[in-house]
Design a protein around this ligand. Structure first.
Ligand code: BGC
Length: 718
């Protein structure tokens, strides 16, 4: 054990500020060759650099090892740096995007994937990951929806907490684990119009009920770090937002881990026009509890002076530094600063058969069968398959922000089909490209020709993986016109067609839904995407994913989400309807709601029973839902429990998920699933800024979102 307090007492203020500074690895690497360039831009000297406490974004573990080795030679205190990276959906073996993981409704899947990512990341020299991202999302125009688990606070919280536990395990010294950093506090997902980095304007009520719970769930799960958001929330950037950072994060939630800014977000306080001064930006962020400044160096440049002026207390500085040192101690860095990093850049724990297997099973469990008129599953007896579309034969299905994952190592749909159907002829025709402005139809004729004689046609459509993720906002999330035209021409010659769709956000698939008999949505499924797709299409595996974020009918419906309060005066869709709530062009509901997802099994929800229709605040009511797999196909089903507070002092959502369980059903099996309802599940953020419940009627239902069934009344008595 290192005596951290003693160590702290030996450090100069400059050295302490180094611990609160995180720099990009390039600064250290390029500095070996040219000590003036990058350092000069950051206003740092070579001596300053020896004090820096953490590094992000190196490319290879050998770089990490080299940087650490040099640092330990140069730093007179011999304090190891801590290395951080974004391991979002896998390190080298890539599994589906978080938005897809949400669709699994299965924490076992998330846990297995995350543990695998942690093992691989350790070999990659990663000690802390900037995951989970639990920003609650409602607007699919925002490219970063791919990093979240969707539009429900319970789902987001459950998946976020599962990731934290799986990354960190019980003991951070164990070299199968890494520390997690929940982000982006707070409400980055509320970016206005879906435009990345744009301000967020939401009521406290909505923040408390929908946006904040998942960060809190991660804190309750023991997350070591928290990253602030770039954006301004109700006018105040997170790094300056006392209400968020002090009142909620520290006072209410008691978060005692390390807080880090987002990439140069302390500097952004100047861009946000909160202050013209770098020095004041440092003062504001530090005094709001931002411990580590990522990438910009205002802390290093100004905090010493701010201490001398009495604007920052040295005691607070010591507390922040101690938090960072404690994290390093927990990770065992003082004993082993490399912590399992593979210096040869070729680790035997990467991309193993076992890891591929985990990634494939996850991809299978996250895919959603959006539509099926009976076309799927295809028979494995097919002799000739036409595989058409821009995603038919590409490794670019691992998704944005795939860390060290390589498209060249991923299984394409074509490869997946070849493996599953060794005897079948598989004709591949791209048909068209996947860019939004592609108009080149020269590939159509060959695609149509291939479809004509095929026993099964698979149309691989979607938007490119780099259209989602940070900085990728869209004004139109419809499947691109040229792909729709291709689909129409293909279906005209062969009805035995299924679309396999890829994207990092919910797309508008209304026209595709009208055109093709079946749609299987893969999101970006990761390294084993092609194998998973083949297994699902041909019935080796039964789809079981459920929508984690609503698919709108038209982009103009965004933001759209299932748990909205009642829209009053609803009227018929169409023009010339006066004084009613309706859209002229389309229905108000999503095309595919949260919770939607078909299966090759046929599940009948037979009943929902309550142990009592009344409860007091200390009571618990048991809900029993009986579900019958009426088919001869075994499969998994997510049984969901919803509630609605019928009358309340604050307009309540028309439906709100309060529990879910994913279960396996054998062919013909009937199961009764039990849930417990208690008073805290019925609470909401009241008008007097407190969480409360109100006596009265609650509706308890199953089914999903706007397809609720078996609704029963439960009366809360006070
Ligand atoms: C992103 C964060 C990420 C950080 C470090 C930022 O641009 O917003 O999510 O963790 O970069 O890579």
């Amino acid at each position: 054990m290192t005596d951290l307090k003693k160590l702290l007492s030996q450090m100069t203020v400059k050295e302490k500020l180094g611990q609160l500074t995180q720099l990009n690895a390039r600064v250290f690497i390029d500095t070996q060759a040219d000590i003036t360039g990058p350092l000069l831009n950051l206003k740092l000297t070579k001596e300053d650099l020896t004090t820096v406490g953490s590094v992000l974004n190196y490319w290879k573990p050998s770089e990490m090892v080299a940087i650490q080795r040099q640092h330990l030679k140069d730093d007179r205190n011999k304090i190891p740096m801590v290395f951080m990276m974004d391991v979002i959906h896998g390190y080298r073996t890539i599994f589906p995007l978080p938005l897809a993981l949400g669709c699994s409704f299965n924490t076992d899947v998330v846990t297995e994937c995350t543990k695998m990512a942690a093992r691989e990341a350790v070999a990659g020299g990663v000690q802390v990951t900037f995951t989970p991202m639990v920003d609650y999302v409602r607007d699919a125009r925002w490219g970063r929806v791919m990093e979240s688990c969707g539009e429900d606070a319970l789902l987001n919280s459950t998946m976020g907490a599962a990731q934290v536990k799986a990354f960190q395990g019980d003991d951070l010294r164990n070299k199968e684990n890494i520390a997690a950093c929940v982000k982006h506090f707070a409400a980055y997902g509320g970016a206005d119009t879906g435009l990345d980095y744009s301000p967020v304007d939401i009521s406290e009520h909505t923040l408390r009920e929908h946006y904040l719970p998942a960060y809190k769930a991660c804190i309750d799960a023991g997350v070591e770090m928290l990253m602030t958001s770039y954006t301004a929330v109700n006018g105040v950037p997170s790094n300056a937002n006392e209400w968020l950072m002090k009142k909620i994060l520290k006072d209410e939630w008691g978060f005692s881990g390390v807080v880090i800014s987002d990439y140069s977000a302390v500097k952004d306080l100047v861009e946000h026009a909160i202050t013209p001064s770098e020095k004041e930006a440092a003062e504001i962020a530090f005094n709001n509890g931002v411990d580590i400044e990522m990438v910009s160096t205002f802390y290093m440049s100004h905090i010493e002076e701010l201490i001398a002026e009495g604007k920052i207390s040295e005691e607070k500085l010591d507390e922040a530094v101690l938090r960072v040192l404690e994290l390093k101690e927990k990770l065992g860095l003082f004993e082993d600063p490399y912590r399992g990093a593979c210096e040869t850049d070729d680790s035997e724990v990467w991309l193993t058969e076992e890891n591929r297997d985990i990634a494939r099973r996850a991809a299978e469990e996250c895919a959603i069968l959006l539509k099926n008129d009976g076309t799927l599953p295809f028979s494995k007896d097919v002799k000739k398959v036409a595989l058409i579309g821009p995603f038919a034969d590409t490794g670019d299905i691992i998704g944005f922000w795939a860390c060290s994952g390589r498209p060249s190592e991923s299984i394409t749909v074509k490869e997946g089909l070849r493996r599953l159907l060794p005897g079948a002829e598989i004709i591949v025709e791209k048909g068209c490209g996947y860019e939004f402005n592609d108009t080149d139809k020269s590939g159509f004729a060959a695609a149509v020709e291939a479809a004509k004689g095929a026993d099964a046609v698979i149309l691989c459509l979607g938007e490119p993986q780099d259209y989602s993720g940070e900085g990728n906002s869209r004004v139109d999330i419809s499947l691109h016109k040229i792909q729709l035209e291709l689909a129409r021409e293909i279906v005209a010659v062969n009805k035995n067609t299924a679309a396999l769709t890829f994207s990092g956000r919910p797309l508008v698939l209304s026209e595709l839904d009208e055109t093709v008999p079946a749609i299987l949505h893969m999101w970006f499924p990761g390294t084993e995407g092609g194998n998973a797709a083949a297994n699902l299409l041909f019935g080796e595996v039964n789809p079981s994913g459920k929508v984690s974020m609503s698919f709108p009918r038209a982009t103009g419906q965004c933001p759209i989400y299932y748990n909205r309060t009642k829209v009053i005066r609803q009227g018929p869709t169409g023009p010339h309807t006066k004084n009613v709530a309706s859209f002229i062009e389309c229905d108000m509901t999503p095309l595919y709601s949260f919770g939607h997802g078909l299966s090759y099994s046929s599940f009948k929800y037979e009943s929902l029973e309550l142990s009592s229709d009344k409860m007091g605040v200390d009571d618990k009511v048991t809900v029993k839902i009986t579900v019958h797999n009426e088919s001869d196909v075994p499969g998994k089903e997510t049984v969901m429990l919803y509630m609605r507070d019928v009358f309340a002092s604050n307009a309540r959502p028309m439906q709100q998920l309060i529990a879910f369980k994913k279960l396996h059903f054998e062919a013909g099996e009937r199961r009764t699933v039990e849930f417990t309802v208690d008073e805290p599940m019925l609470r909401f953020w009241g008008n007097d800024h407190k969480k409360i419940s109100e006596a009265g009627e609650f509706e308890i239902s199953t089914g999903y979102a706007d397809h609720l069934i078996h609704t029963k009344s439960l009366w809360l008595e006070k």
